[in-house]
Design a binder for this molecule. Sequence first.
Ligand code: FES
Length: 122
Amino acid sequence: MPPSDEWRCAVAAVPPGHTATFRLDCGGRTVSGFVVNHDARYRAYVNRCPHRGTPLDLWPNELLAEDGRALVCSTHGALFEPDTGFCTAGPCAGDRLTPLPLVVDGDTLAVSCPQRPPPSAR
Ligand code: FES
């Protein structure tokens, strides 16, 4: 299915400690993103490391560190807080992931394009 400007999935499809990846069509540009469920709080980010601009997951949907407490970039190991996208360690420490608007609508998650497509669109 081609990407649209909104991605929806069932809340149950992303249980605590899990992530899900998706693509959005934001004004003709494809934006890769992901949702993370950290302690029953959902966040969505552009799947682009602020260090070199690569996707965080070299292996699809492998986004969380083994202990599940941080998002990790598999290229050089940067760690990010799941709730804020803030980079706490690694070559981009102090930077952050680009958030995407996310709404929990009953038992459905809905993620939409940012106001302006990020430069990370690919
Ligand atoms: S590309 Fe992510 S830490 Fe270098």
